[in-house]
Design a binder for this molecule. Sequence first.
Ligand code: PNS
Length: 170
Amino acid sequence: MSENIITHVVVPGTFDPVTLGHMDVIRRTRRLFPRVTVAVAASVNKHGRGTTFSLEERVEMIREAIVCEGLPQDIEVAPFTGLLVNFAKELGAGGVVKGLRAMTDFEYELQQADLNSHLSPDLESVFVMSNPQYGYVSSSIVREIASMGSDVSTLVPANVERRLLERYPR
Ligand code: PNS
């Protein structure tokens, strides 16, 4: 077991697209750790379907949102394919940070954390509780509302809202 203090963590996700809930978790993770890499998973989401936005678009939207929302500019954003534990190892990151909204998140996240711990015992899983303001916000809900032509301006950063309007014109 490594005794090293963790200074670099990854915040992984599909981010299809990034929401204000994600941005809140990323901002708070940067208050806890000096180096943060947002790790954007390549192709499939947790339901096994392809994504609405390409990997490049999802990475770009997070980079824009970091500027747009005034987060520390040293937060890195990188795409990855394959196993998260391998990507974290490549970066030399010692932990994975995720946001938890409700009990339904907990069951899924516990399973992923257990699996990651089995694959890479030194990699710590850390959870931050979502801001209750964003408890109901998810990428899939955002996509659904936007695709029906409704306003998502309180759920996503302004740059993401613009992209959703391009994707789903009213
Ligand atoms: O935003 P999401 O869908 O909750 O993020 C899930 C993600 C991307 C973190 C997870 O699916 C993942 O780590 N994928 C990479 C493949 C992997 O490592 N799988 C084993 C752990 S479940």
